[in-house]
Design a protein around this ligand. Structure first.
Ligand code: M6R
Length: 370
């Protein structure tokens, strides 16, 4: 069933272009508008939404964090993202105008299920973004937007993550369309960028694995890794850190690059591997320069720099010891490609150590207890 791959994780990473494509497919009509007839929430209710709270655990929560940046930008309503177990037991403010978006690959995560039950009891509508047809979470939600990533077997979530971001983006653009928050042209342009992403992920899969494999060999003896990013690169950093701890059992920490001088830089010592997610749009994106200055700071303290950056980024070439390249794309689309080399790195490092990448110790594919 592994279709020639030596692990499900490897196979599932290579299915990411198809996962994004299938999640987009059928949700765009001939005029290029988003059609979400499948989502059984009344247009009036959707239009009335004045706050979104995204809930999930682990990787699903990071997909939610990515979506926050995009949806707030497009729809201009506040989006909060919260770990489902924290949300459930803190008396959250919920009204009938709050849309709760529950993200879950398995659809059986008990923490997320308990949180969505709580939200519905308070009168909020719940929309599930789920990869498993007919699972408990979509069954108990008011509406569901399925990710069509196909079954995910490896415990470490990979293709579900990119499909979750895609589905959340479709939801965000749909709300923007409905509320007239963004000009039609901008929505169409954004959809075009989204439609181009499967090809760009494919480019990463076609060109970057040898680089990643070399990096994994070079870093085999490292005891700890730091992952840093800003804006949508921040949740990607958290996801990269999670992958590496889950399957290679390496101590990792991910944080917002802007936090460096507020504490974490104290951890940086000679040879410490630090992974930076460098934003695209060099010259046009103020965050690019800020991340580069973070790189300079840790480099000056002897860190070993691994960067995910846009092809041809000269600033990164100057400082980084290892670079994983991304093809050009808008900032909001970059998580869909940037996560790929980080997933591959975790997998290669785990394989090198002789671990079972599909079934890491102590973890279950779906966590059905609170
Ligand atoms: O099935 P779910 O998406 O609800 O699962 C949520 C988390 O348990 C899951 O993403 C977990 O963090 C993965 N093992 C990450 O690789």
């Amino acid at each position: 069933e592994k279709g020639g791959w030596d692990s499900f994780m490897d196979k599932e990473i290579h299915e990411e272009p198809a996962a994004v494509q299938r999640t987009l497919f059928g949700r765009l009509d001939e005029d290029g508008n988003i059609n979400l007839d499948e989502v059984h929430i009344d247009e009036h209710d959707f239009k009335a939404v004045d706050k979104i709270i995204v809930i999930g655990c682990g990787t699903a929560s990071y997909a939610g964090m990515v979506a926050k940046y995009a949806i707030e930008h497009w729809v201009r309503i506040p989006v909060e993202v919260e770990l489902a177990h924290e949300f459930r037991y803190r008396d959250p403010i919920l009204t009938p105008r709050t849309l709760v978006v529950a993200i879950s690959q398995s659809g059986e995560t008990m923490d997320t299920l308990m949180a969505l039950r709580h939200a519905r009891e308070q009168g909020s509508k719940v929309l599930a973004i789920c990869n498993t047809q007919g699972a408990s979470i979509p069954r108990e939600s008011d509406a569901v937007l399925y990710t069509h990533a196909g079954p995910e077997v490896a415990v470490a979530s990979t293709k579900a993550f990119v499909a979750q971001i895609t589905a959340a983006y479709i939801l965000g653009l749909y709300l923007a369309q409905l509320k007239g928050a963004v000009f039609r042209d901008e929505i169409h342009q954004t959809l075009d960028s989204l439609k181009a992403m499967p090809q760009k992920i494919q480019w990463v899969l076609d060109t970057q694995p040898p680089r990643v494999a070399r990096a994994a060999e070079q870093l085999a003896d490292a005891n700890s890794f730091l992952f840093l990013g800003r804006h949508v690169g921040y949740p990607v950093a958290l996801e990269g850190a999670l992958k590496l701890k889950e399957i290679a059992y390496t101590f990792t920490e991910g944080f917002a690059a802007g936090e460096l001088k507020h504490g974490p830089i104290a951890l940086v010592d000679e040879g410490e591997p630090v992974v930076f997610i460098v934003p695209p749009e060099r010259g046009r994106n103020i965050l690019h320069a800020k991340v580069i200055s973070g790189i300079e700071e840790v480099k000056a303290r002897g860190a070993f720099i691994i960067a995910v950056a846009e092809e041809g980024d000269k600033d990164v070439e100057r400082y980084a010891d290892i670079i994983f390249w991304r093809p050009q794309c808008p900032t909001l689309m970059s998580p869909l490609v940037d996560v790929v080399p980080l997933q591959l790195l975790a997998m290669d490092m785990a394989k090198q150590k002789g671990y079972d990448v599909d079934k890491p110790r102590n973890l279950a594919k779906s966590v059905t207890v609170e």
